[in-house]
Write a protein that binds this ligand. Structure first.
Ligand code: AOS
Ligand code: ZN
Ligand code: ZN
Length: 424
């Protein structure tokens, strides 16, 4: 399905006057508005190939219909998102849920939609039908060498797919851990994981990165072999300069200060990037910014300040990915909301008066520091994000457009009501 240019133009024309009023009002307070708009336009967030269908829980799955039935249709769905918001120009692929059988044609299809391939994800948390050894008791940390070997080879195979698609990072999340005290020797598990990671690391092409995700718990509930950022960073440091720590916002114990973790990983040059989502209790994979948008803003504030200090390019020097799952929303509407939340937090962070904040910090002026941060956070930057989108050829209000032009209904007509996308 393609978004018709004339429909987008008609929609924008209808909303332009109200938008311009709002935009001019906000823009009047922004020092270098074109520079800000440019930064927003450069910033692209990768959509995970597993988030385009309705997720489920262990209790049930309620599909809304019209889900993509294969990788081509997933790319086409991301094409819709990107046409509307012009900020979703990348896909993060999951193997073996989405195997690019014919990489050249998949790559060409993605290029038609102006979509590139971000990190490729491996999967050693499920057993596949044709697989010799089970991951029931882990993969890279397994006590049996044959299981470790199988998991290592899978990761190397994923790298090969990634190379064909023009990706340049392998994102690795392990479900490895233990459910009960005594089940596992922690040091043994760590060392075996390190050995396995070293073999995967050795297979990385030049200019590739290894993203090491950590997670406090689930599916294992007593210990996780890469359980927090410290453990991930230990691996990344031991492996070498191509290895980095990936922060999935939902993977922390409650109330963790994620912005501080981000700040220090960045300082160490070891921050891979993000799996954006939101959560209230655990790895809830909820819409970005739906529960705690202030935290998201504070993270972006650390990112903007820290990346500027290190002379990094906001758009290209980290991996910006969503990791989400949708049980009750239309996945495409949800992803539009998530990308919007990320753009809003980024725009607000760009508006923080860093110099004034540094002065306040130097003077121990706690009140001023809070005022400065919250002045940016409380600004309604939605018209700025909309303007960036408009100038880039997108639509002023993506969710409203999606509904008005009945995109889901069209997808159901094309694909049917009972389609199931691969994924969680
Ligand atoms: C799992 O909790 C992680 O967030 C991973 O990133 C996982 O690979 C992804 O959710 C796809 O299953
Ligand atoms: Zn994740
Ligand atoms: Zn997760």
């Amino acid at each position: 399905m393609n978004i018709e240019k004339f429909q987008a133009a008609a929609f924008n024309d209808f909303h332009i006057q109200a938008h311009e009023r709002n935009f001019e009002h906000v823009a009047a307070n922004v020092p270098d508005i074109q520079n800000l708009i440019q930064k927003l336009q450069d910033f692209q967030v990768a959509i995970p190939s597993w988030a385009l269908g309705t997720g489920g829980t262990r209790f049930g799955r309620f599909s809304g219909g019209g889900e993509p039935r294969n990788l081509e249709e997933k790319i086409s769905d991301i094409g819709i998102l990107h046409a509307l918001n012009r900020s979703s120009g990348a896909i993060s692929l999951h193997i073996p849920w989405d195997i690019p059988e014919n990489a050249a044609s998949i790559k060409a299809l993605a290029a038609q939609y102006d979509i590139r391939f971000d990190a490729v994800n491996s999967n050693t948390f499920q057993d596949q039908a044709d697989q010799a050894h089970s991951y029931k008791f882990g993969s890279l940390h397994h006590v049996d060498k044959a299981v470790r070997k199988q998991a290592i080879e899978h990761n190397i195979e994923v790298i090969r797919y990634g190379v064909e698609l023009g990706s340049n990072a392998l994102s690795l999340w392990l479900a490895d851990g233990s459910c009960f005290p005594g089940q596992l020797n922690f040091r043994g598990a760590f060392k075996r994981t390190l050995d396995s990671l070293q073999e995967i690391y050795a297979a990385l092409p030049d200019a590739w990165k290894l993203y090491i995700e950590y997670k406090a718990f689930e599916p294992n509930f007593y210990s996780t072999t890469i359980g927090d950022w410290g453990q991930s960073l230990l691996f990344a440091n031991k492996l070498g300069p191509k290895a980095y720590t990936l922060v999935d916002l939902g993977h922390h114990l409650p109330n963790a200060n994620i912005e501080q973790i981000v700040s220090l990983l960045l300082m160490e040059g070891k921050l891979a990037g993000f799996h954006f989502n939101d959560s209230k209790y655990g790895d809830d994979d909820l819409t970005v910014g739906s529960i705690n948008p202030y935290q998201l803003f504070l993270i972006f504030n650390e990112l903007v300040e820290g990346m500027n200090a290190r002379g990094m390019n906001h758009a290209t020097d980290l991996g910006w990915m969503i990791d989400a799952s949708h049980n009750v929303k239309d996945p495409l509407e949800d992803l539009l909301q998530s990308v919007e939340a990320i753009m809003i937090a980024y725009a607000q962070a760009l508006l923080v008066d860093t110099k004034a904040l540094q002065t306040a910090q130097q003077n121990n002026d706690v009140v001023a520091a809070q005022e400065i941060l919250q002045a940016a956070y409380r600004m309604d930057v939605r018209p700025l994000v909309a303007q960036a989108r408009l100038q880039a050829g997108g639509v002023l209000q993506p969710v409203a457009f999606y509904r008005e032009f009945k995109i889901r209904e069209q997808l159901i007509k094309e694909r049917g009501l009972k389609t199931v996308a691969t994924g969680l």
